[in-house]
Ligand binder design. Structure first.
Ligand code: IMP
Length: 179
């Protein structure tokens, strides 16, 4: 285990198994259609890379980057697009891939924003769901794991841009935040 971690919440193997399951489910649901997978930078990158390799219908990739203002642990609800999509989504089957849904403010904003661009369909896939902190309801179509209200890192998720490369999903020791 990483020295900054208090516990391993989800192991690399558990992640791999669940991501493969999600890929199979998505492939079944989208049979005969092409998916435009929209990855939300940067946290979803590792999840997306593994997920799309378990999807066996045609896939296109695009990315968005957003930032939410306010203290890092308490989203203000104001979301700004830092990087927008490179292609039109009109008439396409769009699947948003995000690392975690916490307050729900980021995904609610993205969902409302992309819906105005007239996609043929719009669904959301998240690796993690922390329902205990939800401020706005969000309909998540595919979710890997429901987790308790703990700040987690690893497998793409960061604390101050660190730990994204760790292979398990970990809960940090409290003293790491106080450094
Ligand atoms: P929301 O708008 O509150 O749902 O926040 C979503 C974003 O907050 C995610 O895309 C993450 O970047 C970040 N976030 C929320 N919880 C965690 C966590 O436990 N670890 C790392 N990042 C988190």
């Amino acid at each position: 285990m990483h020295p900054d971690a208090r516990e391993v919440l989800i192991t690399e193997q558990q992640i791999a198994n669940r991501v493969a399951e999600l890929g199979r489910q998505i492939s079944r649901d989208y049979a005969g259609r092409e998916i435009l997978v929209v990855g939300i930078l940067k946290g979803a990158v590792l999840f997306l890379a593994d997920l799309v390799r378990h999807i066996d219908v045609p896939v296109r990739l695009d990315f968005m980057a957003v930032s939410s203002y306010g203290a890092t642990t308490d989203s203000s609800g104001v979301v700004q697009i830092i990087k927008d999509l490179e292609q039109s989504i009109e008439g396409r089957h769009v699947l948003i891939v995000e690392d975690i849904v916490d307050t729900g403010l980021t995904l609610k904003y993205l969902q409302d924003n992309l819906a105005t661009r007239r996609p043929a369909s719009l669904r959301i896939c998240t690796l993690l769901d922390k329902p205990g902190r939800r401020k706005v309801p969000v309909q998540v179509d595919y979710n890997g794991f429901v987790i308790p209200d703990e700040f987690v890192v690893g497998y793409g998720l960061d604390y101050a841009e660190r730990y994204r490369n760790l292979r398990d999903i970990l809960v940090l020791k409290p003293e790491v935040y106080q450094k």
